[in-house]
Design a protein around this ligand. Structure first.
Ligand code: DSN
Length: 396
């Protein structure tokens, strides 16, 4: 590069990424082909609109790129193009979720989503997000004892509150979600069911986590977590008399965004092709095996794992344990000094602040991409334990 300052920073970040153990549950390492597509001349092109209906000339190739991406997106999740549509223009997960609400929920109407502290996402209606300012969140959480979803309680809440849309899918819920039960809850109050599968999309693609498509009306997902693509998002919606895809397309453009990032869409297409392979299925299986081993080892070493374990790529660990351990922030800083990158996270019913909560969230997708197996997870668990128990670390 001619710009040596930026080149140096990119090299430094590349070195950092290589030398740490990356347990951020929402990160991954993309292929060189994904990086090539991202860094391609497609970034030069304006393509406001959709294939066949653009506001600028010269979009013959853009249309092919976007259409190919859509075909691959539907194909990866075994969706019939007569039954499902997909919009691949959302720049990332938050705008994708906002676009769905903008399309389908009137301002002031209710969105039932999981509370942030219990593992929900800001864009599931939290008050600090635009989604909690324009729409009214009806928050739900996990059961206090089991720390898993109580579907009966959710159904009662939905029947009482009559939300316009229910969101299932979380950023810090380690367990499998029963999408059929969510469908029953949505049907009990005649509402729309949206699944935000951002975290586990790669596991669905790899057929190691239940697919939400049989039950959801709308499925949103980022591409850069377990799915191992570039930062981007997609919105799938059912094709029927309700006209969901048309409303969602209008909400994405011109409702929320301008020209799509074609280089990003091409990179998504590359990642979707990579995910449609036996090697990716093997990776998805290994992600879960690794998470189970990491979770079990940490539990054996005395750490409290929220809900008692995991069915996915992520683990939520209580580092505070009523004040005898370390706070989530301290844990994350100490681990970072030791070369292990995690994020501090609230735990259900947390009494501490999100700025210094009671736990940390760990994920195994990134390290699995780098070839880590069960034996490595045992070593990582021991290292985490040693760092957190080191003198001056725990308040014992
Ligand atoms: N920031 C993502 C995560 O870490 O789960 C959600 O947007």
């Amino acid at each position: 590069m001619k710009d040596k300052q930026i080149e140096k920073l990119i090299i430094e970040e590349s070195t950092r990424q290589k030398k740490v153990i990356n347990l951020i549950a929402s990160e991954n390492y993309v292929s060189d082909d994904v990086l090539k597509a991202l860094g391609s001349v497609l970034t030069n092109k304006y393509a406001e609109g959709y294939p066949g209906a653009r506001y600028y000339g010269g979009n013959e190739i853009s249309d092919k790129v976007e259409n190919l991406c859509k075909v691959r997106a539907l194909g990866l999740f075994a969706l019939d193009e007569n039954e499902w549509a997909v919009n691949v223009q959302p720049l990332s997960g938050s705008p994708a979720n906002v676009a769905v609400y903008l399309a389908l929920v009137e301002p002031g109407q209710k969105i039932m989503g999981m509370h942030l502290v219990h593992g929900g996402h800001l864009t599931h209606g939290h008050k600090v997000s635009i989604t909690g300012k324009i729409w009214k969140q009806i928050p739900y959480g996990v059961d206090k004892d089991s720390e898993v979803l109580n579907y009966e309680a959710l159904k009662e809440l939905a029947k009482t509150e009559q939300p316009k849309l229910i969101v299932a899918g979380f950023t810090a819920y380690p367990r499998v979600i029963d999408f059929k039960k969510f469908r029953d809850i949505a049907d009990a109050c005649g509402t729309l069911l949206m699944v935000d599968m951002s975290h586990f999309a790669g596991l669905v693609a790899g057929q190691t986590y239940p697919s939400p498509f049989e039950y959801a009306d709308i499925v949103t997902t980022t591409v850069h977590k377990t799915l191992r693509g570039p930062r981007s998002a997609m919105i799938f919606s059912k094709k029927d008399a309700r006209g969901l895809p048309q409303k969602i397309d209008k909400a994405v453009f011109p409702g929320m965004q301008g020209g799509p990032h074609l280089n990003q869409i091409a990179a998504v297409a590359v990642a979707l092709r990579e995910a449609d392979s036996p090697a990716f299925k093997k990776y998805a299986k290994q992600v879960i095996k690794n998470a189970k081993v990491l979770s079990n080892e940490l539990a054996k070493l005395g750490w409290r794992i929220i809900s008692g374990g995991t069915d996915s790529h992520l683990i939520l660990m209580d580092t505070w344990k009523n004040g005898i351990g370390v706070s989530g922030k301290e844990a994350s800083l100490k681990l970072e000094k030791a070369g292990i990158i995690v994020n501090m996270n609230t735990i259900p019913f947390d009494t501490r602040s999100p700025m210094d909560p009671s736990g940390i969230r760990l994920g195994t997708a990134a390290e699995t991409t780098r070839g880590k197996k069960e034996g490595d997870m045992v070593k990582i668990a021991r290292k985490i334990d040693a760092v957190l128990r080191a003198r001056g670390s725990r308040r014992e």
